[in-house]
Design a protein around this ligand. Structure first.
Ligand SMILES: Cc1cc2nc3c(=O)[nH]c(=O)nc-3n(C[C@H](O)[C@H](O)[C@H](O)COP(=O)(O)OP(=O)(O)OC[C@H]3O[C@@H](n4cnc5c(N)ncnc54)[C@H](O)[C@@H]3O)c2cc1C
Length: 512
């Protein structure tokens, strides 16, 4: 595309790069190029200024408690919202730093068409499925096994019949098929711990390099890690599911992905509990006293403290460990071990049909890993007419490249590269969108590294007397909306037991 043509396309940058407060300095990569050097100071917005102050060691004066609640919930992603939903009968207060609810499961809209900025789909056997129904959402079937675009060719049903059509030399295709056969014989449940403690790349040894390339594209999009850093059990299970999907696809979603769930939850709660929900409220300290916990937050530039009988931390652990006072060293260290990747989603908005070949298509060798057709699940509904063809390009990045997202110029550059790669993917895609929207997030997806699920996550979710830990990163083996909901429900049960003076429910992993 010529520079002139691109000049006419509107690029919109949204999302706070420091997905929470305070950000951890070690998580922001050293600046590596001029763009970053010149513009790192451009991160603005009140929330980030507060985050930076806390990160830099500023201790905020904690005013005396001005209100008391049964439960304060910190973080209004799906986990915090689900906790609030389950605590509707209680006097709760839900605090969210951003100006909107949803966290990493958040939908946006362009001229009446909804698209996802994060979480895409759920599986029917996940608790999220009946949970969605419970809150009044009818899950819509995806019914389209994943395709891949390799060397300009669209290969439908990659891990089903597609393997015979991969545009590689015959020995490479055979390697893919041999690998699939080997993986299908593994009983992941039986070998659980062993498989979750070793890297997936151990299983790719001796196979074609193209196979590793495929997984090094697939893994970061789904669980934030390439094969060398992925817990093998997770990837093997995932392949087994994909093979199954080529027979029956059990995935469900809505336009806007799983942002539909957080939208519905926040609508329900706001209708009845508006006065107990606060956006733009950045929590800076959670301090346990003998009979209560004090939560201090900044709202509109002012510090406030509220007291609660219990607190649910639904924030990611890299933030949680900075604001919860009195965490045992072992638990704080475990939280510190969780690594998070930067992960923007670039939505290409076309005013004509450009790409409607399947729900999720894998594109190894590009700036982005896969593309999702935003309105796929409603395309076949009677009377539906596609007004806009919105393509969500999932663009997981390396930890070391986080700095590129810190300023608008870096973010626009990423979006422009995504567009350029998309237009070259295969014939017929060299079309200009009307707009390109990039939703940037600095640390939204934790990496499912070996040992995380078996050794680290059991430690991070231990309650601290009256402080309880939700958020998807408490659970594992993979960051999912489902795990966020399950973590919330576990935390709510623990809170209820603590408030009633009952023994704690037995600790066990709730997802996986
Ligand atoms: C690009 C992408 C694609 C994904 N695709 C899928 C998918 O297809 N299916 C799936 O199941 N999952 C998917 N996931 C994972 C899923 O989105 C997450 O697991 C889930 O949304 C996490 O929800 P949560 O509430 O646990 O955490 P979060 O969404 O991280 O919510 C935490 C909230 O806390 C707030 N917060 C942080 N600090 C503070 C503070 N100091 N004070 C107050 N509030 C604070 C944040 O702003 C945020 O809203 C995807 C994730 C990404 C990034």
């Amino acid at each position: 595309m010529s520079a002139n043509r691109r000049d006419f396309i509107k690029f919109v940058v949204a999302g706070a790069v420091t997905a929470g407060c305070p950000i951890d300095l070690s998580l922001v990569a050293a600046q590596t190029n001029d763009v970053q050097k010149n513009h790192v100071a451009d991160v603005d917005g009140e929330d980030n200024r507060i985050c930076h102050q806390v990160r830099d060691g500023k201790v905020f004066t904690r005013p005396p408690a001005s209100a008391r609640h049964d439960v304060v919930i910190v973080g209004g992603g799906v986990s915090g919202l689900a906790a609030a939903y389950r605590l509707r009968h209680r006097d709760f207060l839900l605090l969210e730093k951003e100006p909107h609810w949803g966290g990493n499961a958040y939908e946006m809209e362009y001229e009446g068409s909804i698209y996802a900025t994060g979480s895409a789909f759920l599986a029917k056997d996940e608790h999220a499925y009946p949970f969605a129904k419970e809150i009044g959402l009818e899950p819509l079937p995806v019914n389209s096994s994943d395709a891949s675009i390799i060397r300009g060719e669209l290969i439908l049903d990659t891990w089903g019949d597609g393997l015979d059509k991969l545009p590689y030399p015959a020995p490479v295709r055979e390697s893919f098929k041999k690998f699939r056969k080997e993986m299908l014989t593994i009983d992941v449940k039986k070998r659980g711990k062993e498989l979750f403690d070793k890297p997936f790349s151990d299983f790719l040894k001796g196979h074609a390099a193209e196979l590793k390339q495929w997984w090094d594209n697939f893994g970061p999009s789904n669980w934030g890690a390439t094969s060398d850093e992925t817990a093998a059990g997770l990837a093997i299970e995932s392949l087994q599911e994909m093979v199954e999907e080529s027979r029956t696809d059990d995935r469900y979603t809505w336009p806007g992905g799983l942002g539909a769930i957080t939208k519905k939850l926040s609508d329900i709660l706001q209708a009845t509990h508006k006065d107990r929900m606060q956006t733009g409220a950045t929590t800076v300290a959670v301090v346990s006293e003998k009979e209560e916990v004090q939560v201090t937050y900044i709202l509109g530039g002012e510090l406030r403290t509220v007291a609660a009988k219990a607190v649910i931390m639904a924030t990611p652990k890299f933030i949680t460990r900075r604001i919860v006072d009195g965490l045992p060293d072992k638990q704080s260290d475990a939280m510190h071990q969780i690594r998070y990747i930067p992960y923007p989603v670039v939505n290409l908005i076309f005013d004509k049909p450009v790409f409607n070949h399947g729900y999720d298509t894998w594109c190894p060798g590009n700036t982005f890993t896969d593309v999702v057709v935003a309105d796929w699940v409603i395309q076949k509904q009677a009377g539906y007419q596609q007004k806009l063809n919105i393509i969500s390009c999932y663009t997981p990045m390396k930890e070391a490249d986080r700095g590129y997202l810190l300023n608008e110029i870096g973010a626009r550059k990423i979006a422009a590269n995504v567009l350029a790669d998309f237009q070259k993917l295969m014939p017929g895609l060299n079309v200009d969108p009307v707009e390109v929207h990039i939703y940037r997030r600095g640390h939204p997806l934790y990496m499912s590294t070996p040992g995380l699920y078996t050794q680290v996550q059991p430690l991070v979710r231990q309650r601290l007397d009256r402080v309880f830990f939700a958020n998807t990163d408490s659970e594992g083996p993979e960051s999912t909306t489902n795990a966020g909901i399950l973590a919330a429900q576990r935390a709510v049960k623990e809170v209820e037991a603590r408030l009633a003076g009952r023994p704690m429910p037995k600790e066990k992993a709730v997802a996986g």
